[in-house]
Structures are given as C-alpha cells and as structure tokens.
Design a protein around this ligand. Structure first.
Ligand code: ADP
Length: 258
C-alpha cells in the first residue's frame, strides 16, 4: 500500500473516479507527463482503501508480463501470476502508466477486463478468472506526444471512463510545490511564473512542456542549498531539450526571472 500521500484536487476528478469505482468501471487518464496522474491514482487507492499495482509500460511489455508465466524452480515448473493477475485475484487498482507504450497484444487481455465481463482468461493455464469485486483497471497516457499510430484504438477507448489532466492552475501549483519541497510561497510563485513562460515556448520549440514534477525537482534542489539559477538550469533547461539553441532560450528566460 502507498504511503500517506497528498493530492490537491483540480476539478471533479475525485468524484468521477469514485463513481467509476462504485460502478465497477475502468478509468483512463489522459495528460502530459509529470502533471499528477500517478499521484491522483495513488491518492484514490488510499481513499478507497484498495491496494495499488502500478505497471510502468514500455515498448517491450507484453501480455505475458502482465498476466504471468511458467518459471522453472527446484521442484520443476510452476506458474507465477503477473501484476495484473494478482490485482484481478486479490482485488485492487491495477494502474497501467503510459499504456500506449505497451505491445499491442496487451489490449487482448485488457478488453474482457474492461467491459461488463470483468474476466481474465489465462491462456497458458486454461483458467478464466472473474475479477475480485475490488478490482479496478486504470490506464494513463499522453495523447500529445506519441504519433497517431500509437494512440489507443477506439474499441479500447470506448471501454473506459475518461479524465483529462493538465498542469495545475498556477495558484494550485504554488501550493503543491511548497508542500512537496518545503520552499516558501514567494519562491514557488516565481518558479510557477517561469514555468508559465516556458510553457508558452512549448508550441514551437519543445516536445514537452515544463512539468510540475520538474518544478518540484528544482524546488528541492534550491531547498537543499543550490543557487536558484543553477537549480533552474539543471532541472529545467537540461531535461527539457537537447537542442543548444533552445537551451539558451530557456536559460535567458531563467536569467530574466531571477
Ligand atoms: P504523471 O503521473 O502525470 O507523470 P505524477 O503524478 O508523478 O505525474 O506527478 C509528478 C509530481 O507532481 C508528483 O510526485 C507530485 O509531487 C506532484 N503533483 C502533481 N500534481 C499534484 C497534485 N494535484 N497534488 C499533489 N501533488 C501533485
């Protein structure tokens, strides 16, 4: 189970998630990286008193990794449940982060779990599991940054209740940064203003905007004694781009802010 975690609500997402959970419906959360999707799911797991099984998806992740596999031990072969199967058997929230990264064969196992059937057929053992009443499937992805081919198919999307996340409103982001890093409000406000300026750059120059996560990293480094501009260079300018001209543009914005 997750440690006690803070989550500052942005809109009606807590209420919507609770309704989905009460109706045994799966949820998909769309939004850019580092904007609070994972934190929200961890918070909801805590609020609903359910275990959470988080799976960070990547392009080698297959249905077998989710469902389980036969392993060879001292006493011969034995079956080991994957994280999805454990959540289905024991109850809990199975959270697939960046689901569009996973191999396409994963949708085959997700579909019957995501609709009214709530079953997980395990091909290799012949079992068909009925999901525990507390089982809930949650997926997240970033519709912005993959190419269209990597998006979710409509037949998958239409099995989920959807929520769209974005970076928190400035006054919320200030509170979050203070809470997560311990820096004072005036400095957090300056960092958020800088982030807003950086986010305006994004459309033409950057693949991804400055996330709340990066602002928290910056704030933590400042809190531990690093000079403000150095923290901004290292935690904002460097991670946002590899292009030296864009990096200089970001550094100029940093210099103008502090
Ligand atoms: P994502 O899953 O969208 O990539 P995370 O949930 O990991 O992003 O968010 C990054 C960090 O930002 C979290 O670790 C948390 O510290 C902070 N954060 C973002 N949004 C919130 C929020 N609404 N309340 C509290 N913390 C937040």
């Amino acid at each position: 189970m997750t440690q006690h975690c803070h989550y500052l609500s942005q809109d009606r997402e807590v209420e919507i998630f609770e309704h989905a959970a009460n109706n045994n419906l799966p949820v998909m959360i769309k939004g850019p990286t580092g904007c609070g999707k994972t934190r929200f799911v961890e918070y909801m797991a805590q609020k609903l008193n359910r275990a959470i099984y988080t799976i960070a998806c990547h392009d080698d992740l297959t249905a077998t990794d989710l469902v389980g596999r036969h392993l060879i031990g001292a006493q011969g072969t034995f079956w080991q449940d994957g994280p999805l199967t454990r959540a289905v058997r024991e109850g809990g929230i199975c959270y697939l982060d960046e689901v569009v990264e996973a191999r396409k064969d994963t949708t085959v196992v997700l579909h019957p779990l995501a609709d009214h059937r709530r079953i997980l057929p395990i091909e290799r053992t012949g079992e068909v599991l009925n999901a525990h009443p507390d089982f809930m499937l949650v997926i997240s992805y970033n519709p912005g940054y993959q190419n269209m081919l990597k998006g979710l198919k409509p037949s998958t999307r239409q099995r989920f209740v959807g929520l769209t996340f974005d970076y928190p409103e400035p006054q919320h982001e200030v509170v979050i940064i203070c809470q997560e890093s311990g820096i004072d409000k005036s400095l957090a406000t300056q960092l958020v203003s800088l982030a807003q300026a950086l986010r305006r750059l994004t459309d033409h120059d950057l693949e991804e905007a400055a996330s709340t996560r990066l602002l928290i990293y910056t704030a933590l480094m400042i809190k531990s004694g690093l000079e403000i501009k150095q923290a901004c260079y290292a935690c904002l300018a460097q991670p946002l781009t590899d292009d030296s001209q864009t990096q200089q543009a970001i550094e100029r914005l940093i210099d103008a802010s502090f």
